[in-house]
Design a binder for this molecule. Structure first.
Ligand code: ADP
Length: 537
């Protein structure tokens, strides 16, 4: 006896919503240009038209089709239209420089490119030599703009000519579905390849209650770019479960985001901590919470405890932390409380659960190891490198880059320094390259930042290692103050000492700046800060 041999390919996710959730809406907010709404039935028809259009353009199975686009319903159509017809979806990060984009397009050997109308000027700045292999460029719009790039095609014109249904092709579940490059904070960006199988399994677990908890009763708003690890898999999980989806196209507009949380009755929103730091002020102005919002998923970097507490106490909105990375599709852990904790008070829950990065989701194994590869205990204090394995963790990079990140016994070395807790959770103490190594001891820059951000005078803080002839490295704090506030180095050190830090762990210098520079996906950009170290007085 055996089970039916159903291929775990993207049709399994695609088919479901139009069949059973045909009237459920997908909403895209385009800022001043207004709101677009349609249903999963419309989505399914247009996505199949896209599959035909790709056939007509001569893009063959297995070739890369890149997107350079904001979050929108058209991008969602690409998420399915490209892989469901056997091509590989390559989402490009629109915040990269033209030179970086060119390098990545050439490395991925992209054959076609689907680009938003307002991003055509960015495309025009990409070195022409890097675009040599790109045979077709489609503008995600009704029309093509005047452009120095010849032969642009209009998406809507292409789709209009196509039949509304596409026969599902045979797609091996182990064939590639998507390609996503890491941000390249260490060396060149590397491509992570997702397969149909890995994406289906990831979507099922992401939608489960141990994952992001997405179901038919939900309206999801991923404020995570669709070019950043597939918006944490939410568009796939949302379509697979028939959740209503809401997209905010374009850069973050806090007022607009909060309007959408209210007007569309959003139940689950998600984004990196800096998004929610910005949105907090807007929420405070409204005076009451978005009525349907169940919780906010926060990941990609550690949210400061003060942020978690503010959302809980002031807005009555739980923040649920998740951990993941491009190489893990991304979901690795989500910090849900356990049943046995149901009577715990808020303080204890925040300390033990909400400030942790995650509890491994089903299917993901976690091992924290020392430099020699020996597994360390989950004792709440010992730091080591987080290693993970699972069906949606990559086992190699595109074109074999970065092989040193895989251990001989089949684990992926994340480059994150983690501490496991006796309750089974783990927290990210730092990234290997950000950890401060002082006099043979390690200091977690992430923990220091979180405690500095707990000062009422401080809006944002980032801590980097400063080379030191005696101690090897020492912590240097960059601080953004709330308007009208002041903080001296002595006050900062005193505050940290009160919170249990030892004197040798305290920053020797603090620099007040106007804003912490952010990376292309909205995280604190420590590379830029390290570059500024020399200018410190
Ligand atoms: P990058 O940050 O280099 O652009 P990713 O977008 O893949 O790359 O981000 C993955 C990294 O984000 C992880 O390796 C980890 O350092 C950090 N991260 C993700 N979730 C959390 C979390 N909950 N707490 C702390 N750090 C996190």
């Amino acid at each position: 006896m055996a089970m039916m041999d159903v291929q775990l390919n993207s049709w399994l996710l695609f088919d479901h919503a139009p069949r059973h959730f045909g009237t459920t809406e997908v909403v895209t907010h385009f800022g001043p240009e207004g709101v677009h709404r349609y249903t999963y039935s419309d989505f399914a028809r247009r996505t199949q038209q896209l599959m035909h259009a790709l056939d007509q353009l001569g893009i063959t199975k297995g070739e890369r089709v890149a997107t350079l686009a904001w979050n929108s319903y058209r991008h969602l159509e690409c998420y399915f239209g490209v892989p469901c017809s056997g091509r590989i979806l390559h989402t490009l990060n629109l915040r990269l420089s033209p030179a970086e984009l060119g390098w990545i397009i050439a490395d991925a050997d992209d054959r076609a490119l689907l680009v938003d109308l307002d991003l055509v000027p960015l495309l025009e700045r990409i070195p022409a030599a890097d675009l040599r292999g790109v045979e077709r460029i489609v503008v995600l719009s009704e029309r093509v703009p005047d452009s120095s790039i010849p032969g642009l095609l209009a998406y809507e014109e292409l789709l209009a000519e196509q039949p509304a249904s596409y026969p599902p092709p045979d797609i091996d579940e182990r064939s590639p579905l998507g390609l996503c490059y890491t941000s390249g904070t260490t060396g060149r960006p590397k491509g992570a390849v997702y397969t149909h199988r890995s994406t289906v399994l990831h979507s099922l677990v992401a939608s489960s209650a141990a994952g992001l908890g997405i179901g038919p009763q939900d309206c999801i708003l991923p404020q995570v770019p669709m070019f950043h690890v597939n918006a944490w898999g939410m568009p796939y999980a949302g379509a697979a479960t028939g959740a209503k989806q809401v997209f905010l196209a374009g850069p973050l507009d806090p007022r607009c985001l909060v309007d959408l949380l209210f007007e569309e009755q959003v139940t689950i929103a998600a984004g990196v901590p800096t998004v929610w730091l910005t949105v907090a002020e807007e929420l405070a102005r409204r005076g009451h919470r978005p009525p349907a919002l169940r919780y906010i998923i926060v990941g990609g970097a550690q949210p400061p405890r003060s942020l978690i507490e503010r959302y809980q106490n002031e807005f009555d909105i739980p923040i649920v932390q998740a951990w993941g990375m491009t190489e893990t599709s991304p979901l690795g852990g989500v910090a849900w409380p356990k049943h046995e904790m149901r009577d715990w008070d808020a303080e204890r829950l925040t300390t033990t659960v909400r400030t942790q990065a995650g509890l491994p989701v089903p299917g993901i194994s976690v091992s924290i190891r020392d430099a020699a590869g020996v597994e360390l205990p989950f004792d709440g204090k010992t730091m080591g490198e987080l290693c993970v394995r699972g069906p949606w963790v990559i086992d190699s990079y595109w074109k074999g880059a970065g092989s040193e990140q895989f251990t001989a016994d089949g684990w992926f070395r994340t480059g994150d320094i983690a501490v496991g807790s006796p309750e089974g959770y783990f927290v990210i103490a730092d990234r290997t390259k950000d950890l401060i190594k002082s006099g043979g001891e390690w200091i977690s820059s992430v923990d220091l930042e979180a405690d500095i951000m707990a000062m009422p005078e401080v809006a944002e803080a980032a801590v980097v290692a400063m080379p030191d002839p005696r101690w090897q490295e020492r912590p240097l704090a960059f601080v953004v103050l709330r308007s009208g506030a002041t903080v001296t180095l002595e006050q900062l050190r005193e505050h940290l000492e009160k919170r249990g830090w030892q004197r040798w762990q305290l920053p020797d210098r603090v620099q007040i700046i106007d804003a912490i520079p952010k990376t292309s996906v909205g995280k604190f950009d420590k590379k830029v800060l390290r570059g500024r170290e020399g200018s410190v007085s």
